[in-house]
Design a protein. Structure first.
Length: 79
C-alpha cells in the first residue's frame, strides 16, 4: 500500500472504505454492510468528500435486473 500517512486521522470506518477501494477499485452498499459492517455508506462517503476525497458513482444492473451503485473513491484526498 505504500505510504499511508493520509489515512492518519481518519475515523476507522473511513479508513476501511478507502482501504477497500484501494484493494478492490470500488465499493457498493452491500459490500460495505457485509464486509465492513458499515450500514450508512452514503453518510460515510459524504464525510470523505468533506475531507477532500473525490467520490464518483456509477449505476449498474445485475444479471437479475437489480440496479445498484458502485462508488469509486480517490485513494488520497485532493486539496
Amino acid at each position: 500500500m505504500g505510504n499511508i500517512n493520509y489515512l492518519v486521522g481518519l475515523a476507522p470506518q473511513l479508513r476501511k472504505i478507502v482501504t477497500h477501494c484501494q484493494d478492490n477499485g470500488f465499493i457498493t452498499s452491500l459490500q460495505a454492510a457485509r464486509d465492513l459492517n458499515i450500514t450508512s455508506l452514503h453518510r460515510r462517503l459524504s464525510d470523505l468528500r468533506k475531507r477532500g476525497y473525490v467520490v464518483h458513482k456509477t449505476t449498474t444492473k445485475s444479471r437479475k435486473g437489480v440496479v445498484y451503485a458502485r462508488y469509486y473513491i480517490s485513494t488520497r484526498p485532493i486539496y
